[in-house]
Design a protein around this ligand. Structure first.
Ligand code: UD1
Length: 400
């Protein structure tokens, strides 16, 4: 039997949930003896690294150890992208996969697609001179080119041979950009696959008890809200960050506000001397009830965070993935951005865009706290996106 060689790339935290579903679907395909057999090669670029930002996710999601780790680490956009490209070119030339599969919109996604689009394998046994590029989560657009992710999305989509989309807006965006319809496949959402697969396991997490939000042994947890913030447009400008924190402090007088802090954000809190808004916890332990400051805790692993999110009364975020996850969980979400590349999370009834003005955040947060959202799950957000992707690739790509 011929073997289809698929290289899967992950670099940053939100990529890990997406590749977990795809790797799982590849393994099921092979276990069921389907043809062609898939040989998978997992490449970690090292854009995110260390226990909290990378290893914990591999552990929680049962992702195998990467076959290749490029270990690029943090740097400016240009330096990080260039370093990934230099190191990835060598790997691609050595492995010569039939398919390069990239996910999401981080620098690693665009860097590896760019390398693959210009590589030349010749002379090779297969006759294929470069891998076919498959982009998972294609077509999303915020129409805000000041976002690094928007540039990464546009570049990656322009170079891809297979564009796997999560929602209808993506098909429309790609059509307007002149991408042939034959390349676009509406498959659903791999991040949702992973959420549904781990939901029960996450329910066993002890995070609520460790934070003092639930008595040991279970019972109804205390009401609380969660915040996540890391976008440069929100945390790299002191006035914007300050306005958001004013709103969060007001919210904290009504309900405990927990904030698992991203490393970029903690750096900015220190740089801008914004410590007065927070109680800091170096480790997970009982939060201060009745404190009117935001309670900062370290970044959490996947299962703990999923459990915390699933039981929250409200989530405030500037993350793309969390807008989708709260939609599936039916937990009200207020997005601290002027736009979203995931409009289905708004039209399905769960997510509201607040922007970054203090009054708007407060108004929407209080509105959401008092409401029970009526959520319609977007089409194909059913746990089978990874299976559809593997089916399409194995049916349409001839092994080399
Ligand atoms: C990146 C992605 C963003 C994604 C986010 C999820 C791009 C352009 N941005 O943003 O789309 O939503 O990941 O988290 O690809 N740092 C650490 N440890 C790490 C990683 C980062 O301490 O493991 C610190 C470094 O100081 C670094 C900063 O965080 O300079 C920012 O990291 P970087 O990967 O450049 O961007 P993110 O803000 O994480």
């Amino acid at each position: 039997m011929k073997t289809l060689k698929v290289m899967v790339v992950a670099g940053a935290r939100p990529n890990f949930m997406k590749i977990a579903s795809i790797l799982n679907s590849i393994d099921s395909h092979n276990r069921l003896g389907r043809s062609p057999r898939i040989a998978r090669i997992l490449v970690h670029t090292g854009q995110h690294y260390g226990e909290q930002m990378s290893n914990a996710f591999f552990k929680d999601l049962g992702i195998p150890k990467p076959d290749v780790d490029l270990e690029v680490g943090s740097a400016s956009h240009a330096q990080q992208t260039a370093e990934i490209m230099k190191r990835f070119e060598e790997v691609l030339l050595k492995q010569k996969p039939d398919v390069l599969l990239v996910v999401g919109d981080v620098n690693s996604t665009a860097a590896c697609s760019l390398v693959a689009s210009k590589i030349d394998y010749t002379p090779s046994d297969s006759g294929r001179t470069r891998p076919l590029i498959a982009h998972v989560e294609a077509g999303l657009r915020s129409f805000d080119r000041s976002m690094p992710e928007e540039i990464n999305r546009i570049v990656t989509d322009a170079l891809s041979d297979f564009l796997f989309i999560t929602e209808e807006s993506a098909a429309e965006n790609l059509r307007k950009e002149g991408i042939p319809e034959s390349k676009v496949h509406w498959v659903g959402n791999t991040m949702v696959d992973t959420l549904l697969r781990h939901r029960e396991q996450a329910a066993q997490s002890t995070i609520l008890a460790r934070l003092g939000l639930q008595t040991v042994g279970g019972g109804q947890p205390q009401a609380y809200a969660i915040v996540t913030l890391h976008r440069p447009s929100n945390v790299d400008r002191k006035e914007t960050f300050g306005a958001i924190l004013e709103a969060l402090s007001l919210l904290a007088t009504k309900i405990p506000v927990l904030f698992p802090v991203h490393p970029r954000t903690i750096n900015r809190i220190r740089e801008f001397h914004l410590e007065r808004y927070f109680d800091f916890f170096d480790e997970v332990r009982a939060v201060n009830r009745g404190a009117s400051r935001v309670q900062c805790i370290p970044p959490l692993g996947y299962l703990d965070f999923l459990c915390l999110m699933a039981n929250a009364r409200l989530v405030l975020t500037d993350s793309g993935g969390i807008q989708e996850e709260t939609t599936v969980l039916g937990v009200p979400c207020v997005t601290l951005r002027e736009n979203t590349e995931r409009p289905v999370t708004v039209s399905s009834g769960n997510n509201a865009l607040a922007g970054t003005r203090r009054e708007n955040i407060i108004r929407l947060a209080f509105e959401k706290l008092d409401s029970t959202p009526l959520v319609r799950l977007p089409k194909y957000w059913d746990g089978e996106a990874g299976t559809r992707i593997v089916q399409i690739l194995t049916q349409q790509v001839r092994p080399g």
